[in-house]
Design a protein around this ligand. Structure first.
Ligand SMILES: Cc1ncc(COP(=O)(O)O)c(C=O)c1O
Length: 273
C-alpha cells in the first residue's frame, strides 16, 4: 500500500484507507485468505506464508487468484519471503506451482528470513518472460524490470552475493534448516503456552508468526499495554496491519529460546485474563 501511495497512484485518504485501492480483509471468517476482488483490479498483492497472520495459501486458493488474474489481465505480486518456513509438503512454496501463474504473476523473495539477512540485504524477484499485463505483450514487464534493476539499483555488492552463494551451498542450506527448526520450536512453545491459558492462536505452524485473538475482545493497543505492564512482554498490535487486525496481536518466533520460554512463563503466570 505505502509504495503505491508514495508513487502517487492512490486517491484521497479516508481514515486509514486510500481511494483507488481495493482492500482485501483477511479474517478468521475467511480463514485469513482474502476473497477475490469484485471488479477489475490491475495489481494484486498476496503474501504467503502471511505476515502477520501466519496463514499459508493452498494451491486451490492460489488457483482462484491465478484464474481471476488471467481473466482480468491483472498482475499478481506474490511475496513468498517466508516460504522456507513451510513444513507441510502439501502447501505450495511458490505461486509458480499453480498452472497459469507464469503468465500473470511475479514473485519476490528474500534471504532476510531464511538466513537472517535482514541487515545484510539480499533478495530476488522472478519476473517471467511469459508475464503479461493490460496492453502489454509477453516480455514487456520482464524487460522493464531488467531496465529498472540495471539503472536504479545496479545490483547487490559482491560481498553480500558471496554470502548468498554460501547460503545456497549444501552446508548453508543445512544450517538454514536448523535455524528454521529452532524458530519453529519457539513458535510451538508460544502457541502451546497461550493455548494452555485459553487464548485462541492462529499461525505458527508453517510460518514464524503467531496471530492471537486478544482475550475478552480487547482492542489491540489496550492488549499491548496490558501485556507490557502485567507480563513485561512486547508484541505487535494487530491493528497496525490494517483495520482487519483490530482485536488481534502478533507474536514472533524470532528470538532466543531462553527468552521465549521466559516470556511465555511470564504470560502464563502474570497475565490477568
Ligand atoms: C512478508 C514480508 N516480505 C518482505 C519482507 C522484507 O524483506 P527484505 O528484508 O528482503 O526487504 C518482510 C519483512 O518483514 C516481510 O514480512
Amino acid at each position: 500500500m505505502d509504495s503505491n501511495v508514495i508513487a502517487g497512484r492512490t486517491g484521497a485518504v479516508k481514515g486509514s484507507q486510500y481511494a483507488g485501492l481495493v482492500y482485501m480483509p483477511c479474517t478468521e471468517a475467511n480463514g485469513f485468505f482474502p476473497e477475490l476482488p469484485k471488479g477489475k483490479v490491475d495489481l494484486i498483492y498476496l503474501c504467503s506464508p502471511n505476515n502477520p497472520t501466519g496463514a499459508v495459501a493452498t494451491r486451490e486458493q492460489l488457483k482462484l487468484f491465478v484464474d481471476y488474474a488471467l481473466k482480468h489481465k491483472a498482475v499478481i505480486i506474490y511475496d513468498a519471503a517466508y516460504a522456507s518456513f513451510i513444513a507441510d509438503p502439501e502447501l505450495p512454496r511458490t505461486i509458480f506451482e499453480v498452472e497459469g501463474a507464469k503468465s500473470c504473476a511475479l514473485e519476490i523473495n528474500s534471504f532476510s528470513k531464511e538466513a537472517g539477512f535482514t541487515g545484510v540485504r539480499l533478495g530476488w524477484a522472478v519476473v517471467p518472460k511469459d508475464l503479461v499485463c493490460e496492453d502489454g505483450e509477453p516480455g514487456k514487464l520482464n524487460r522493464l524490470w531488467l531496465r529498472r534493476q540495471t539503472t536504479m539499483f545496479n545490483g547487490a555488492s559482491n560481498i553480500v552475493q558471496d554470502g548468498g552463494v554460501a547460503i545456497l551451498s549444501e552446508r548453508g542450506q543445512k544450517e538454514c534448516r536448523e535455524i528454521i527448526a529452532y524458530y519453529m520450536n519457539n513458535a510451538r512453545v508460544i502457541r502451546e503456552g497461550l493455548e494452555s491459558i485459553g487464548i485462541k492462536v492462529f499461525g505458527g505452524v508453517n510460518a514464524p508468526y503467531l496471530w492471537m485473538k486478544t482475550p475478552n475482545g480487547l482492542p489491540s493497543w489496550d492488549f499491548f499495554d496490558k501485556l507490557l505492564s502485567e507480563a513485561h512482554v512486547v508484541g505487535t498490535p494487530g491493528s497496525g496491519f490494517g483495520p482487519a487486525g483490530e482485536g488481534y496481536f502478533r507474536l514472533s518466533a524470532f528470538g532466543h529460546a531462553e527468552d521465549i520460554q521466559r516470556a511465555v512463563a511470564s504470560i502464563k503466570s502474570n497475565l490477568k485474563i
